[in-house]
Ligand binder design. Structure first.
Ligand SMILES: [Zn+2]
Length: 413
């Protein structure tokens, strides 16, 4: 199939006008401005639209949207956690399944074609036949109250995935957080991640309360943990984090920790709207940049954010507001090429280039007024000078979404 659009964002530094994309099945074959239809080739004309790679969201909780608005913002972290823990037993598997479907669809319609979602209750997957975006299901483990048997549960997840070969679903693993998962559990999960070649993610250094717990063995988080809980050695815990891990939040890391994690090729997943929702102190972006520990953007769950539809453009705007020194182009990388490489999918996701998956999004962008006569051919509508900030500041749903070559057009009324 040949797709004809007004413009195409291949990578942050490569925009083509007009934009043409040749796709065969799930894969992009060619990208250019002057591709011509081959004899008998299907042609999809998208006049007035700009093609761009789908975004990747590597920290989400698709199951938890029913908790949106149930807990007040700006609570201390321990109090937020206490209230969430009280609500979770009432969140039944059917509500979680519905949440996965609805939230993943709205995320896709706002441009996200890949999601790594923490899965705290695997029963939520029962009956699920497909999702619009491709998903890495990161099965979550804690061992505050006994051994969760991660090897057994990952085996079950693998069996379930094998029964859905037509879905773009993959496995990942996630010990919940240092205060709820022991070093032994981190080691077991790291071993599984290595043997099964799957992403490893965890909540890491999220709050000042967590830092206090490990520093003093006490504080407001302590009453939420069993009496028998003891902090493990920090150095053992660091050694248990495997290379290339995705560390959600990282708000409270010491310089030594940052340097250690940088040498292990880890990535920090920053969730700007959740950060603002908790009223946290400024995110230490400059330190991460100086230490070359890469930062990508995620959404976290709607239980701790105003971003109910998991729209990564909302995160991009919140991030830009907090860090105006970072260019839109760099923010684009934090949503596309950088998370793709964090997921081990560089050149396959997050880019429109030959050999990549056909995960593209078509946007209708408002034309930018230009002071000079347009230089584009008259049959083409004017396109913005730089589509990247225009896409990231847009609020309408995408016109067309393609995941592995499957097309979806959001219904508009
Ligand atoms: Zn989270």
């Amino acid at each position: 199939m040949l797709i004809l659009a007004d413009a195409l964002v291949s990578t942050p530094d490569r925009v083509l006008r007009p934009g043409r994309l040749r796709v065969s099945g799930r894969t992009i074959q060619e990208v250019g401005s002057d591709l011509q239809a081959l004899p008998g080739e299907e042609v999809l004309e998208l006049p007035g639209l700009t093609l761009a790679p789908g975004f990747l969201n590597l920290h989400a909780h698709l199951e938890l949207s029913p908790l949106h608005g149930k807990v007040a913002p700006r609570l201390p972290f321990a109090e937020w956690l206490r209230q969430i823990l009280a609500l979770l037993p009432g969140l039944h598997a059917t509500a979680r399944t519905a949440s996965i479907l609805e939230t993943s669809r709205s995320a896709a319609e706002s441009g996200t074609t890949t999601i790594l979602s923490i899965l705290s209750d695997p029963r939520s997957l029962a009956g699920l036949a497909g999702t619009l975006p491709r998903i890495w299901w990161a099965l979550e483990f804690m061992d505050l109250h006994g051994d969760p048997q991660p090897a057994v549960q990952m085996d079950r997840l693998a069996a379930w995935l094998s029964r859905h070969p037509g879905c773009d679903w993959h496995a990942a693993i996630s010990p919940h957080a240092p205060y709820s998962a022991s070093t032994d559990l981190y080691r077991a999960c790291a071993g599984l991640a290595k043997n099964l070649r799957m992403p490893f993610t965890t909540h890491w250094a999220e709050s000042a309360e967590e830092a206090e717990l490990f520093k003093t063995g006490n504080g407001s988080l302590r009453p939420l943990l069993p009496d028998s809980w003891v902090p493990d050695s920090p150095s053992d815990r660091f050694e248990a984090v495997p290379k290339g891990s995705l560390l959600a939040h990282g708000n409270e890391m010491a310089m030594d920790d940052i340097q250690h994690l940088q040498t292990r090729g880890c990535f920090v997943v920053h969730c700007p709207t959740s950060h603002a929702w908790f009223g946290r102190k400024p995110f230490p972006l400059e330190t991460f940049r100086q230490q070359k520990l890469p930062v990508i953007l995620g959404t976290d769950s709607p239980a701790s954010s105003d971003n109910r539809s998991l729209d990564l453009r909302v995160e991009a705007r919140a991030f830009h507001q907090a860090h105006p020194e970072v260019s839109w182009s760099e923010i684009w990388s934090m949503l596309t090429t950088l998370p793709a490489s964090a997921l081990g999918q560089a050149d396959r996701l997050g880019t429109l280039s030959p050999g990549a998956q056909a995960d593209w999004v078509a946007w209708r962008l408002p034309p930018t007024p230009t002071p000079h006569p347009p230089t584009t051919p008259t049959h083409l509508a004017p396109v913005p000078t730089d589509p990247i900030p225009t896409i990231l500041t847009s609020t309408d749903p995408a016109e067309v979404i393609s995941v592995a070559g499957r097309l979806h057009r959001p219904e508009k009324i």
